[in-house]
Design a protein around this ligand. Structure first.
Ligand code: ZN
Length: 312
């Protein structure tokens, strides 16, 4: 038996079928990339401390850094590279920061829905979930002049009835779940909702968030350490045809040293080539087209109907 070359294990991994149904991405791209930034601003403070939020001035200043300081910087980077991406925005934040939303739209980015005051759907009643969903969509529509195409549940707190409600509201895709490396369909009583998944490993709270007021204290990582893991995620998605979706926040990832690193890393992704940078709504539309013409078959996951949950 011939001696193994040192790079053989890596080659063997590259040839393995790690993703069983990779998506045929446009223009022969190896993977799709969508930087999704959730512009939560002070909604999370208002939700956590409705009586005291006005007095928590330092925490509020940390969150306001997102729309006021980080957002223009993020938009500059996207303009520099000529890419369009997606922002998930709670309705309350769109009403409070209309200038930030206008700036996103002016550059052709997507503004998608993310609750009204960042409330958690899986802690609400049927009536409340429906109420806040409709309120969040109406607020975004008023500020943007368009109906949002996509949704991400605040803190990934998608409920057992969310798929049905989102379909009824005409939402084209969800971005709250973590069940695959590629898009999949969630089957509900109202039809099939397209899921564009991500996971906690792509979120910037674990490496960057530290706040006593928001009860989330992590040892803060350097941008290089955070990106070491995100880059490995990217390389794997590039290798096997996946979907790379960071779940970030302007007030965290838009901080100076962190965003400078991201600016550099987008350049590296472009040098690598065969990467499709697109807003989530374009990825959703492409996937739907592939399904309609039969060039790609999605995995279908069945959601438990609400009645089954109530009987427990
Ligand atoms: Zn959020």
């Amino acid at each position: 038996m011939a001696a193994r070359q040192p790079d053989e294990p890596a080659r063997a991994a590259a040839e393995a079928m790690m993703i069983r149904n990779p998506v045929p991405w446009p223009n022969d791209a190896r993977c799709a990339v969508a930087f999704t930034l959730d512009m939560d601003a002070e909604s999370i403070l208002q939700l956590a401390h409705p009586q005291r939020a006005h007095a928590l001035v330092s925490a509020a200043s940390m969150l306001r850094y997102g729309p006021e300081i980080a957002l223009p910087r993020i938009l500059d980077t996207y303009r520099h590279y000529g890419i369009r991406q997606t922002f998930f925005v709670p309705g309350w934040c769109a009403e409070r920061y209309p200038h930030a939303i206008e700036a996103m739209l002016r550059d052709g980015h997507e503004v998608a829905a993310h609750g009204y005051l960042h409330e958690h759907p899986n802690e609400l009643s049927d009536h409340e979930e429906r109420h806040f969903l409709m309120r969040s969509l109406a607020a975004l529509q008023t500020v943007t002049g368009q109906k949002p195409a996509g949704w991400r549940a605040p803190l990934y707190n998608f409920s057992h009835r969310s798929a049905e409600l989102l379909l009824e509201a005409g939402i084209a895709y969800d971005a709250s779940l973590m069940g695959d490396d590629v898009p999949y369909l969630l089957q509900s009583a109202s039809g099939e909702l397209l899921e564009l998944p991500s996971h906690w490993g792509m979120d910037d709270w674990p490496p960057f968030m530290h706040s006593v007021e928001l009860d989330f204290q992590m040892p803060i990582q350097s941008p290089a350490t955070a990106w070491e893991s995100w880059w490995q995620e990217f390389e794997a998605m590039w290798e096997y045809g996946g979907l790379w979706v960071p779940v970030w926040h302007p007030f965290l990832s838009g901080r100076l040293a962190r965003w400078r690193t991201t600016h550099e890393m987008i350049g590296r992704m472009m040098q690598r080539g065969r990467v499709w940078f697109a807003p989530m709504r374009d990825i959703a539309a492409h996937v739907r087209r592939c399904i309609a013409e039969g060039s790609w078959l999605p995995r279908v996951e069945r959601q438990l109907p609400p009645a089954a949950d109530a009987q427990r």
